[in-house]
Design a protein around this ligand. Structure first.
Ligand SMILES: Nc1ncnc2c1ncn2[C@@H]1O[C@H](COP(=O)(O)OP(=O)(O)O)[C@@H](O)[C@H]1O
Ligand SMILES: [Mg+2]
Length: 263
């Protein structure tokens, strides 16, 4: 194998996210205590934990909006904090609330990331329309956020994340404010698109169903973002009996049932 092929191979198999011994303290409070995990290319991983476990802090460190006190962080081959600009266009994020601009229509919101990246207006518009259709919003392109239901607004926000064709998609409690029926159909549609395009996804949530219905693998975090359990879930998505066994294991790792606290 020549040198070029070798380095190409290394890039193809390198994890998209790698955390090694990450720590973060706020005042005297150790919020992330020695956390290490990888997310491979095309993998959908859920970080599951109760409120206060440190999930959003971990996500901020991965996005490069917060610096870890110690440890090594690599995202798409770069240090997200030190080389923040190199991640431009490679990473998209959707949050618990849709964060849409109320004066822009669905399609104008969905194309926003592309326009910020300097993509030609016509190309951006076509891509945004395609992404809205992929999350089942064809026909609602020209509605403003106040004319859409909560579930539909969250679909626009996911279309906006997908539109930039990022290497990595991060979701922070994106399904948590929706009722169970709405969030189930949104989870299914999002995963279908993410898998179709081989997107790497890290989904942060406190809801066990988010993990069981979407993830290839779950990492359960306890206080201090300590890993309580890590297990594959591909089988659980297909087989109901396995799913219920996994649910029981996850509930034990979380220390009891917590589906309905607020985030
Ligand atoms: N900027 C900050 N300054 C001080 N404490 C913070 C800050 N951000 C989060 N925390 C604290 O860190 C802990 C974990 O918060 P967070 O990462 O938001 O957890 P989760 O997303 O799992 O609910 C909480 O106790 C929270 O109060
Ligand atoms: Mg959070």
């Amino acid at each position: 194998m020549n040198m070029l092929a070798k380095s190409f191979d290394a890039v193809a198999t390198a994890p998209v996210i790698s955390l090694r011994g990450v720590r973060k303290k706020f005042g005297g409070h150790l919020v992330v205590d020695n956390l290490s995990f990888n997310v491979g290319r095309g993998e959908i991983v859920t970080l599951l934990g109760r409120t206060g476990a440190g999930k959003t802090t971990v996500l901020n460190i991965i996005m490069g909006t917060m610096r870890a006190d110690a440890g090594a962080v690599s995202v798409a081959g770069a240090d997200p904090y030190g080389e923040f600009k190199s991640l431009k266009g490679k990473l998209a994020v959707a949050f618990q609330t849709d964060r849409l601009l109320p004066w822009r229509t669905a399609v104008e919101n969905a194309e926003l990331g592309l326009l910020i990246l300097g993509i030609d207006r016509k190309i951006a518009r076509a891509k945004a329309i395609e992404c809205l259709a992929s999350v089942n919003l064809a026909g609602s392109e020209h509605k403003r956020p106040h004319e859409l239901s909560g579930g539909m607004r969250q679909r626009v926000s996911l279309a906006r994340a997908l539109a930039v064709d990022p290497e990595l998609i991060l979701l922070d409690e994106s399904f948590s404010q929706l009722d169970h029926v709405t969030s189930r159909s949104l989870r299914a549609d999002f995963c279908k698109v993410a898998r179709q395009f081989g997107k790497t996804c890290l989904i942060v949530t406190h809801r066990i169903d988010d993990a069981l219905e979407m993830a290839d693998r779950v990492i359960v975090l306890g206080p201090g973002a300590r890993i309580m359990l890590e297990m594959p879930l591909a089988e659980a998505r297909l087989n109901e009996q396995t799913r219920e066994q996994c649910r029981a294991q996850i509930e034990t790792a979380l220390g009891g049932h917590n589906e309905d606290d607020n985030n």
